[in-house]
Write a protein that binds this ligand. Structure first.
Ligand SMILES: C[S@@+](CC[C@H](N)C(=O)[O-])C[C@H]1O[C@@H](n2cnc3c(N)ncnc32)[C@H](O)[C@@H]1O
Length: 191
């Protein structure tokens, strides 16, 4: 169990904000979700697993691409109610959602693609997500991860970190973690 990870410490907060997460103000999740799925070349009849799916931006984009002969699976420790409702409304009955910690996930199925959008930064060990993805993707399948770039969210990130340092120092991202994520491939190669 990854109970020491900041990701799980944050679950209650993720659940509290779930309904406002799927909103016009945060519609960039949908845009980046579509782009990641498109750039991987996901197509009809294929299967996709989305780790830390949140309110389902990536899972829904994947489900639309794979169609009724494919399969889209969203995994998250929270927020799943919104994601499931969106998939029902879209009529994507080839999509399923499962509540699980990414670290503990044991799925008895291999997928063509494993994706993860904007979740990696919540783990103190940056290899956790890539390793989980690789574990659930078939040989020669593909993985795709979206991360925040250098300087994104400034000056908010700096102000936020300053406030956190007073009230919840345990939640502050480790220095350098986000920037290290910018190089494609670096996490998996680190072993
Ligand atoms: C930023 S939201 C995800 C956004 C979503 N991937 C997207 O692209 O729209 C973060 C999500 O990661 C999930 N999460 C964080 N830590 C997790 C963990 N250890 N195991 C499973 N899910 C986790 C949270 O429940 C939340 O739903």
């Amino acid at each position: 169990m990854a109970s020491s990870d900041r990701s799980l410490n944050n679950q209650a907060r993720f659940n509290q904000v779930a309904w406002s997460y799927y909103s016009p103000a945060l519609s960039f999740f949908e845009v980046f979700g579509e782009r990641l799925i498109e750039s991987l070349g996901v197509s009809i009849g294929e299967s996709v697993i989305d780790l830390g799916c949140g309110t389902g931006a990536l899972t829904l984009a994947a489900a639309t691409r794979v169609g009724g002969t494919g399969r889209a699976v969203g995994i998250s420790a929270g927020m799943l109610e919104v994601a499931a409702r969106r998939s029902r409304e879209a009529g994507h009955d080839w999509t399923t959602y499962h509540e699980s910690d990414i670290v503990d996930l044991e799925f008895d199925e291999e997928f063509d693609y494993g994706v993860c959008g904007f979740v990696t930064q919540w783990f103190d060990n940056l290899t956790t997500v890539p390793r989980a993805l690789v574990k659930h993707v078939r040989p020669n399948g593909k993985i795709g991860i979206s991360v925040w770039g250098r300087g994104s969210w400034e000056p908010h990130r700096t102000v936020f970190a300053e406030v956190l340092s007073h009230i919840r120092p345990d939640l502050i991202p480790k220095p350098g973690n986000i920037n290290r994520l910018e190089k494609p491939g670096v996490l998996v190669d680190r072993g």
